[in-house]
Design a protein. Sequence first.
Length: 142
Amino acid sequence: MVDIIVGLARYLYLAFLWLFVIIIIFNLKSQITIKSKKNKLSNVDKKYVLQVVEGSQINKSLPLDNRDITVGRSGDNDIVLKDDFVSAKHLKVYRDGKKIYLEDLSSTNGTFIKGKRVYGINEIKIGQLFTLGTNGLEVRMG
């Protein structure tokens, strides 16, 4: 009879030990899931604006949400710059998640970041000045 009680106690001890381990695993998993959801939401919820900081359209700004913003001399751009050194469709700025990109649309006189001419698609940082013609633009927190 004692052998049966000892054997049963061992199985109960192992069952409680496994239950304890499973509870710890589920708690850790739920904490990791909550943190990753908070990080994703904080990156998506940030509001950015594309703002003209130098040139004829100074202080003009547009929200940088889930669409492309085109910049150029032509009237069908989102930001129109009356500058002979700006192409009709000069560049576009867009957001992909938390990253922001500038794409030079094969402009004649070029787009410059930190004084260096850039081609194609380039990632830009918040507050980083980029120039086209006599105009300077940057992405700011809105």
